[in-house]
Design a protein around this ligand. Structure first.
Ligand SMILES: [Zn+2]
Ligand SMILES: [Zn+2]
Length: 367
């Protein structure tokens, strides 16, 4: 199958023919139809998250089930599926704790660049290629764990379904599951990208009185407002904390979602929330980066800092409710689909992402 392989950090991906093994008992062979190019792919390609090499990236995808392993019961051939980049085993400590995205079995697999129990289906025994988040969707086909597959209705466009597989669910869940925004609240969202616009949209849906989109790029204002932001604050030129206080009768925001992962942005969010308010940390910082906070304020301000992974909860449950809201015309997804390009343009897609492209680029396969 044709795939994009990362051999060295900071180098272009190489489009080539890669051998793909048969799915194991609890694995599914999926024909990828659309896959988004997300910041986590870029961070991996730049060596910030240090995935094992060589590797096939890609973790925001939708496709059609081509073949199932002998013990698979969840999906069957022909099903349209969203792929979850945090499949879970259902049997470990964290799965029993109802924290499926923290699954131990997945953690070991993702860390080692394999599927469950060290299994590898990419490349050959002599020249193995690593799996990325058990998906590796920058390829025509992918062998994934059964639990990575969520069946969806056939009328959902694959591009939309792919976006729900990462950015949409991450932004929506950060607001709904972690910030738990209530009607009348004031919400800040730092970083108007693929995740940020969904956090904005979810805050609007939750009934926030004011939603401040915060970004250093003034071109992001229009898109932020189109998805429901009531205010735009340019953090390069404006005093964000002061602006948030103006919106909140001097108190500060009830919650701020940081989608950038920049330590300065997390510290800014901490300054910008009211007493007892919540900072929801979604963006991924480079390894080793530290956040500096005034320690003496931690107890007496009762501010909360919440780490939010994949929308903070149960991605599969959120896929369903996001698509239900989409179908009801309450959650806009179509306009989030940006350029559609062939796999050969993947390196350009990375460069557009680095330059701050406004809508998501999707790699689409014409099967
Ligand atoms: Zn992603
Ligand atoms: Zn588990």
């Amino acid at each position: 199958m044709k795939a994009a392989v990362l051999y060295n950090y900071n180098e272009d991906l190489v489009i080539e023919d890669v051998p793909l093994g048969d799915p194991g008992d609890r694995e599914v062979l999926v024909r990828i139809v659309a896959t988004g190019v997300c910041h986590s792919d870029l961070s991996a390609a730049k060596g910030k998250s240090l995935p094992p090499l060589p590797i096939i990236l890609g973790h925001e995808a939708a496709g059609i089930v081509e073949r199932t392993g002998s013990a698979v019961s969840k999906v069957r051939k022909g099903d349209h599926v969203i792929l979850s980049w945090a499949p879970n085993c259902g049997e470990c400590f964290y799965c029993h704790k109802r924290l499926p995205t923290m699954c131990d079995t997945y953690g070991a697999a993702a860390g080692g660049g394999t599927l469950w129990n060290g299994a590898r289906r990419l490349g050959t025994r002599e020249r193995p290629i690593h799996h990325f988040t058990c998906l590796s969707s920058f390829a025509e086909l992918a062998v994934v764990p059964e639990s990575a597959c969520s069946k969806i209705a056939e009328d959902v466009p694959f591009e939309v379904a792919a976006l729900v597989g990462c950015a949409v669910t991450t932004g929506f869940g950060a607001v709904v599951n972690d910030a738990r925004v209530e009607p009348g609240e004031v919400v800040g969202v730092i970083g108007v990208g693929g995740v940020g616009i969904n956090a904005i949209q979810a805050a609007a849906l939750a009934g926030a009185e004011a939603i401040a989109a915060i970004d250093i790029n003034p071109e992001k204002e229009a898109v932020a407002r189109a998805f429901g932001a009531t205010h735009f604050v340019n953090s390069a030129t404006q005093d964000v904390v002061a602006e948030l206080k103006v919106l909140s009768r001097g108190r500060g925001a009830d919650s701020i979602v940081d989608c950038t992962g920049r330590p300065a942005a997390i510290a800014l969010a901490y300054d910008g929330v009211r007493l007892g308010g919540s900072v929801v940390s979604v963006g991924i910082a480079a390894r080793g980066e530290m956040v500096c906070l005034p320690a003496s304020t931690l107890p007496n301000t009762q501010k909360r800092i919440i780490g939010s992974n994949y929308g903070g909860g149960v991605p599969e449950r959120d896929f369903e409710r996001i698509l239900a809201l989409y179908r009801a015309g309450r959650f806009e997804l179509d306009r989030q689909v940006g350029k559609r390009v062939a796999l050969e343009a993947i390196n350009d897609a990375f460069r557009w992402l680095e330059q701050g492209v406004l809508a998501r680029t999707l790699i689409c396969f014409d099967h």
